[in-house]
Design a protein around this ligand. Sequence first.
Ligand SMILES: [Zn+2]
Length: 466
Amino acid sequence: MVETRVDPATTLSFSVGGQTQTLALGKDMVIGSRAEKPSIDIKDSDVVFVGYGVNAPEQNWNDYDGVDVNGKTVVMLINDPGFLRKDESLFKGRAMTYYGRWTYKFEEAARQGAKAALIVHNTEPAAYGWDVVVNSWTGPAHDLPLSEDPEKRIDAQGWITLNAAKALFAADGKDFEKLMLEADAPGFKAVPLHATASSWIKLSMENKFSHNAVAILPGSEKPGESVLYMGHWDHLGVNASSDGEDHIFNGAIDNASGVSGALEIAHAFSAMASKPARSIVILLPTLEESGLLGSKYFAAHPPINLAKLAAVINMDALPIRGRNADMGVIGQGQSADLEALLLDQLKAQGRTMEPEAAPEKGFFFRSDHFNFAKQGVPALYARAGLTHVDKGAAYGQQWSDDYTSNRYHKPADAFDPNWDYAGLIDDLNLYFEVGKRLSVAGQWPTWSESSEFRTAREASSSERTD
Ligand SMILES: [Zn+2]
């Protein structure tokens, strides 16, 4: 992997209406580059407002239609069309699609040939404040080396504040608030500005190494077909400026729990008297917390045929707070087939399926299974619900709030001998049974009609003949 840091001397400015607007790093903008160059110099690149920057054939929506952005700087909104006017008929209503994620927007801008891409921050559609953007963009950024990453990259990518965007558009005689609403409705056409962007980005880079761990139990009948379980093994390492006695981010729940689960599942399949027809793959990816890089590398250089990978099951932070009466699927609606398999097992355990708690936050795109989804492989990512079997929903909520504020991504996410494993065992039994069903030859779960990953899977359908 490559670790990149942006030098504080980095600049971004707009030339518009005869004036120069200089944006301050951290205050008005953040910017970086994944181009693996020590510096990027952009001079007077034409600015184009491309709405949400979305090109979604299955939604019949293309913000780049009829506009050439080659070598230009695109400015765009966060989230996906319909969000601002609360139009439930567009895309997936309140739920965020991949087109709403900032990562997608930079990928699409790169495919369109743009030189630079700037997302306008807006707290509600982003689901986080400007401080979160600044925090995650001012530390080191991690990437696969260019040579290992098949995806196209853009020279410069960043965010600007809503106020900076309003000032830019106003200087060109345009009302940004009005344009935002136009971009939110069908029929929007990209708007070229009478403005140019210039940026000088200075970067320091360092190569680093980490490892994925992979184990394969060959299938007894169809070893070329497989089912994959995963749980990321990395966490945040050591940070001397953090709280805690030893400053070690143990990541006991996030995600030693998932790793232990994956090892137990490996053990359970190995112990079966008659081995599954399909291969069972156990993947413990690294660098999940650094941009899902371990799983990205695996999916880009797979030691198995992804076209014949029936599905992936991701375990990230398993419950250690006792039995839970319910479970929720993250990215609910993406694969009705996989959800049906899960629901069968939930029913067998006397549990229920809860609607996804915060579909607008796009959690489906923020853990390792997502790199498989992008390659078309159906992915299941579920989480135990908050209703404790004996102590009720209030207990679960209280536990979750305490975890989020006191332990999540902190040294305090440490092993506790008082953990209650009953709920974790329920979940592992359930994942084992779902995988066992998928390990029978002939089962090819699909993405739902509305899924943005369906097209990628269909491209390899000829390889799944039985
Ligand atoms: Zn995690």
